[in-house]
Write a protein of this length. Sequence first.
Lengths: 333, 272
Amino acid sequence: MPDSLLFGTEVVLNGLMAGVLYALVALGFVLIYKASGIFNYAQGVMALFAAMTLYGIMVGQVPFAHLINAIFGTHIHHFGWEVPAIIAIVLTIAVMVLFAWLVQQYIFRHLVGQEPIILFMATIGLAYFLEGVADLMWGSEIKALDVGLPQGGSFWIEENTQWMGMGNENFYGFFLDQLDLIATVIAAVLVIALVAFSQYTKQGRAMRAVADDHQAALSVGINLNFIWVLVWSVAGFVALVAGIVWGSKSGVQFSLSLIALKALPVLMLGGFTSIPGAIVGGLIIGVGEKLFEFAIGPLVGGATENWFAYVLALLFLVFRPQGLFGDKIIERV
Amino acid sequence: MLDASEGYVTEDGRQIGGVVMEMKNITLRFGGVVAIKDISFDIREGEIRAIIGPNGAGKSSMLNVISGFYIPQEGEVFFHGKKRPQMRPYEVARQGIARTFQNIALFEGMSVLDNVMTGRLNHMKSGLFSQALWRGKAEQEETENREIVEKVIDFLEIQHIRKTPVSRLPYGLKKRVELARALAAEPKLLLLDEPMAGMNVEEKEDMSRFILDVNDEFGTTIALIEHDMGVVMDLSDRVVVMDYGKKIGDGTPDEVRTNQDVIDAYLGVSHD
């Protein structure tokens, strides 16, 4: 097989892996948007906050250490213990549930029935507030998160795909990052679990009901507040998963919160209301931007990955505003 | 007047029981506007109770007070003899009061079957964990709930559309699906907000028959709102008549029909 074809295939495979990561972030958006009509700008910051909290708990950092030291003149930074990753993850989930409750109790409970733009502005405020709290709580330096996920290329895949070169001497098998592979598995499990949850459990049914019609949901005895806390908790959990994967890949730092911006074009493609849409949208953008960079990039001086997704999203907005899987927009007269 | 505390027997020979719900001196205001002014009445077990009145009389407001969507400024609500504390709509629903809406509130994105299934949510007790594992109790519960839902679907003759998304149904059928969802909850009190509004004659006849059958077959206590006098008089055992937020009549259809205040409210007299 010729070099370019083999290399192109590897680009597609890597694009798929990147797409899974985009999809993970987009998933969090879809969950909240479906159930409450809120476009949660803070989803990216939630991923950052979750990853920082996980790291902080694992290394035994004292939360708000700088604040405490400044007020009391002490010099404490660490508890002096380390927490195993699995326990730290459980504790972080608890923190995200608490966060969900606070958000619902003190912000969105008071904004029920408001215009979407007002809800959106509230989430922007929430994003910056949470970012500040995260820095104050855990410090703003870059942290190397290691929860034990394998990193580096997968030798097994390299060795077992070598034959596909069919005599091409430059080909040593496909290079795929183990972390990306794990992320793909995690994302698949997460999506299956979410779909099963919403289809087969009482709370999942109630969640779908609330997403559809608030009044009707109340009339069959659904506690809207509880469902919204649940939805924000699930979104917080998804943010944690995204935070772990991205944080393990490129460190826990401020730029993690910007992945939210990358999720936007994914949502435009997949539709704001569709869980499968978020996945497919993520994969299309992942593969699309890698292939575009590979094929067209050299002709225009590269760096097409920065804008490709947004241009694609723009085209979708013009020709298919509801996305690939979103609810069709029909104006009845 | 009917005020025997042990219930009464209707014209067609049905035994009506004690008081299920009692509204005492309810007053509801929106800012300066008085929607309901010092109204009292009761609903008895097994009866079909109607609230009628011209447009803007406060009928829907009254239904919303019963179902907890509005909170009255004054007055008390007694349910099964106990004073009801201030409750949110979902808490009222959990007490066994189901309702339909004048403008239909269905889950448009779900199938008919899924919509009716949501009526069973309050009867599902298994926790998240056992449901996740899908074993024993949760499975048995699901089967029981399905049986009741299928019975209701059969009863209201909507088997042929059970898998259809609600958004594709015509208006009359949507109203019937909404009734099915309310019935699936096996309510102690069923509230119907203008069940016949916007229907043609044939659909109205169907709906009337279903309401009577529901009451007959399941013994469900029903309170309904309607402004079509003719329909209400045939359907209900007792009628409350409202006008401008006040109660102007209460009794059997025959008593109400001959009440001078009611005649004035419907035909209109000059107030001078």
